[in-house]
Each structure stands twice: as C-alpha cells, then as structure tokens.
Write a protein that binds this ligand. Structure first.
Ligand code: GMT
Length: 399
C-alpha cells in the first residue's frame, strides 16, 4: 500500500470510529432457511436502531419488505450464464459486487451469514479492497450445516477453515455449534456464541386473530412442523409421531415448508389415507398465523445447531416436542418449554405430546413457560451483542 493509500485508510476509519450509526453490508441466503431469516431480522432490527443496512444477495430476502424500511437497501448479485462453465462462479460475482457496494456506500463492516461460500467471497473482496487502500472488517456467523454437514466435507474443509480463520470476528448461533466447529476444523480464532433471537414484542400481536376454524374442527388439536424438509429433519418421524397422537386424540398436522423429503411424505400420507388429517401448506409467509393456532410443535431433527423454528413456536406459546440434536437443548428446555427425547425415540416423543394434549392445565402451563423461555432470546437482548462485535471488528483493523 502506498503512503497515500494508508492516509486514505486512516482518514476513512478515524471518521468511522466517531460514527454511531454504521453502514453494514449483510450477505446471506435470501431463502426461507433459518440463516436467511436470522440475517434479515437482524438487518431490520439494526436499521430500526439507525444503522444503514445493505443486503447483498442473489434475490431479495423473503422476509424483507425493503420498501417499508428507508435505511435498508438491497443489491442483487447477478451471475450471467456462460455455456463454458458447468458451474457458474457465484463467489466471483459476489466478491465483485461486494467490492462495488463497499466502495460506493462507504461500508464500515461486512457481516456474512453462512460460511459457504460467503466467508470465502468476503475474504476475496477484502483483499481486492486492500489493493485500493480500503480495509474492511469481516464478521462471519456460522449457522449449522455450513459446519456440520457441508463445510466439514473434505472437498470444502480447507477453504472453509481458511475463511473462518481469516474472518476478523466469528460468531456461532449456539455453544453446540461452536464445539462442533472446534472439533471439525483447525480453528485459530476465537468464536463468540450469539444465540438466534426473536422479536417477542412483534409476536404478541402477530397472527391475531387466531382463526383455527379455517383448518381444524373445534375438538381437534393442531400439531405443526416447519422446515426445509431435508433428510436431517426426519420428516417421517414427524408423521409417525403424529399418527401415534392421532390414534388417541382427534388432531391435525400442519406440514409447512418445501424440500426433498416432501414427496416421500406425501406418498405415505396418500397411501395411508391421511390426506384429511395431514396438510402440506408449502413455504409460507404466514408463519405467525399458523403458529398462533398450533397446540404443539414437532422438531425431531437429526442435526440442528439451534432450531430457530422451535424458538418461533415457543414465542407464540407453542410447546416443542423435539429431539436432543445439537443445540436444541439450549433453546427448548426439557420439562419446561416442551420435552426432549433421543433422536428417533418416537415412542417417547409421542407419549410426551399426548401428556400435554390430554391435560389442558399442564398444556396451559407449558404454553406460558414456552413463552417465558423464548423471551430469553428476545431481539432486545441479542442485537446489541452484534453491535459490539461490529465495533470490535472495526477497531481490530485500525492501527
Ligand atoms: O435448518 C436448516 O437446515 C436450514 C439452516 C440454514 O442454514 O438456514 O438452518 C441452520 O441455521 C438456523 C439459523 O441459525 C438454525 O436455527 C438451524 O438449526 C440450522 N440448521 C441446522 O443446523 C441443521
């Protein structure tokens, strides 16, 4: 870097240091998945605190109504198709777009959600910017499958290790995910646990009025599952738990989401004549409404770094019947906000579900406890931790 470049850099960051409101670029998957939801909700919360938020993604995040938020901006990443490429180079397009956005909007910190390939593209953008005398700190948030499933695959591990170690700050959404990361990669940097969060105040009124008559008869209980229907969600366990419950008590199951295991589940439901009791609702922007009239939430996953959908359910006062995978027990408290059983123990899960559904007093108690447990993860408690991480990351690159 030339002397002039350094001068530019110091001027820029001394100014930044004095600023209370930051220009923050957020990279995430703009889909219904938990990491995209967390990134979007974080951006919205930060924008309402006065920060300028720039989402850089391949389409507008599903939970973002950008027009409603004057200081939220969306920058699309375009990847032109070229027949020579079997795989289009998304990382290249993303790092180029990041370079542009960071320069044009004087971005103070770059926050990437999900390591693959976002942390890698962020590092490339950072290096390109250094050539122009601009230094930008990278905060990487690990969400789960970027570590436990995809990232630790030998084909990806070296690049994922490198991009985690070269992030200025790294956060993980649960202690369990932090421990998995330390076990699976050679990590030389500190990982701070910042749990996922929920806007409990917004949820108080969201989904009201709860018109359950649209989907179920008065005497029927409603069980709900929301996910991306990947094999690790154990979709058939959800259905088998429900069948055991439905044998004893009139009930319906709402299956919300889309994904590879859905076809198998639909086929099973059709073959067993369960169509009028198990409803597939697809991806939905009406999660609040669905949770509002749910009596129980089922999450029997094989892997789950956190279980944001369980937290959303609890915030609506819906007790959770879950497995003990990954970080679920950091969110769902066994015997308090719901019940936890070993992965695949369908007998225990259905017994626990019935225990709550057959005892209205106990059910009510668990509903209140689920809300109380969710309030530990309120947006107001968590968002400040990200602001601290940003200040820290910005300070770390000043010298
Ligand atoms: O659940 C999924 O498979 C989607 C995935 C994602 O990347 O969006 O979710 C992960 O991140 C969520 C938000 O931090 C967590 O709540 C989920 O537990 C986590 N999923 C897994 O670890 C399987």
């Amino acid at each position: 870097m030339s002397e002039l470049d350094y001068k530019n850099f110091f001027t820029r960051h001394l100014l930044t240091k004095k600023k209370e409101n930051l220009n923050i670029a957020i990279v995430c998957y703009p889909t219904f998945g938990g990491s995209g939801v967390v990134a979007t909700e974080l951006g919205i919360a930060l924008s309402s605190k006065g920060h300028d938020i720039h989402f850089v993604t391949y389409h507008q995040p599903v939970r973002l109504e950008a027009l409603r938020h004057p200081n939220i901006h969306f920058h699309e990443v375009n990847v032109p198709d070229y027949p020579l490429f079997k795989y289009q180079p998304y990382e290249l397009a993303l790092s180029s777009r990041l370079l542009e956005v960071i320069k044009l909007h004087n971005i103070d910190v770059l926050h990437v959600h999900y390591a693959i390939p976002h942390a890698y593209a962020a590092y490339m953008a950072k290096k390109m910017l250094e050539d122009e005398g601009i230094r930008i700190p990278i905060v990487t948030t690990l969400h789960g499958t970027d570590i436990t499933l995809v990232g630790s695959h030998p084909f990806y591990r070296p690049a994922v290790t490198f991009s985690i170690n070269h992030s200025d700050r790294v956060t993980a959404v649960s202690e369990s995910l932090k421990q998995d990361t330390l076990r699976l990669f050679e990590i030389k940097t500190n990982i701070k646990v910042i749990p996922n969060f929920i806007d409990v105040e917004k949820i108080e009124s969201a989904g009201m009025p709860c018109d359950r008559s649209l989907l179920a008869a008065k005497e029927e209980k409603i069980l709900t599952h929301i996910s991306n229907f990947r094999p690790l969600k154990r979709i058939m366990d959800v259905i088998h738990i429900f069948e055991k419950v439905a044998d004893k008590i009139p009930s319906k199951l709402m299956m919300v989401g889309e994904g590879p295991e859905k076809i198998k589940a639909i086929r099973y439901v059709e073959q067993n004549g369960l169509e009028d009791r198990i409803l597939f609702l697809g991806n939905s922007n009406e999660i609040d409404k669905i949770l509002c009239f749910s009596d129980l939430f089922l999450l029997p996953s094989e892997q789950e770094s956190f279980g944001l959908s369980a937290l959303e359910a609890m915030a609506h006062g819906v007790p959770v019947i879950s497995s003990d995978a990954g970080g679920i027990s950091e969110v769902n408290k066994d015997g308090y906000s719901g019940f936890i059983s070993p992965i695949g123990d369908l007998e225990a899960m259905s017994e626990n579900a019935l225990k709550l559904l057959l005892d209205s007093e106990l059910h009510l108690k668990f509903k209140q406890q689920a809300k109380a447990q969710a309030s530990l993860f309120s947006l107001q408690k968590i968002v400040g931790q990200y602001e601290e991480i940003y200040s820290d990351a910005i300070a770390s690159i000043q010298y």
